[in-house]
Write a new protein. Sequence first.
Length: 257
Amino acid sequence: MSAQTITIVGQGKVGLSLADAIQQKSPASVSGPIPARAARFEIDSEVVIIATRDDMVVETSRKVIESATERLEMIVQVAGSIAPSALAARHGVSVLTLHPMQTISSPSADSFRDIYWMCSSDDPSAIDWAGKFVADLGGLGLLVLEEPNLPLYHAMTVFSSNFITLLMSGVEEIAVSMKLEPETVKQALKTLAETALQNALQNPANSVLTGPFIRKDFLTIRKHQNALSALDPKLKCIYDAFFGYAVKKKPDAKRKE
C-alpha cells in the first residue's frame, strides 16, 4: 500500500487538524479537506480519510467509491464506533477505522502528537499502514480491536473525556448556586481534581477511591443527596449513579487509606 497521496473529506476540527498534520509531518501529500456535502467528489489518490459527522460516514464512503479513480487503495474513517465493514466496498480497496484517542476542541496539527489511536480492519496491510501513519504524526501507538468491540470502546472514551467535562459543568452549576465564581472554584479544586485523576491513571482506580463512598459515611452521603436534590434533581441522579456503582465495587486489597 503506497499511500503517497491522501485526500481528506470533512472540514470539521478533525479534518482540518489531519490535513495540517499530514502536510507538516507526513511524507505523503495531502489534498483537502473537501466538503462532505458536495454533490460529487473528484478524488485521485491512494487513500481517502473520512472525517465527517458520524451520521454522514457511510453515505460519504459511497460517494468516495463512486467518484474515486482506480488509484484508490484504501478508505479510512475516524469515527470510533463505526465498523470498517459499514463502509462502501470496492474490489481491491481496503477499509479501516482509525480513531484518535484525543479530544480536539480547536484545529491543530499537534492534536495527534503523543497520543494513541484505535484501529480496526480485517486487512493486515491496512493495520500496518495505520501504524506507520500514526508514527508519522507523532503518535505513541495503536490499540487494535475487532469490530464487535467498537461500540464499547467508544463508550469507554466518552467515560474518559465527555463525562469528565460534564462533571466540571456540574461543579460550575454548584458554584453558581453558592454565589461563587466558577473560575475561582475550579482553580481552587484544580489540585484535588488533578491528583485524583493522576492517582486513577497510575493505579487500579478502585484502590485509590477516597471520600464518603469508601468510608460508607451514609450520614454525609444523605446530606449531599438532599442538597443536590434541592438544587438540581439531575445532579442528584448523577451522584446516585456513582454511589450505586461504588457500592457494588469490591474493596481492593491494595487500597490506599
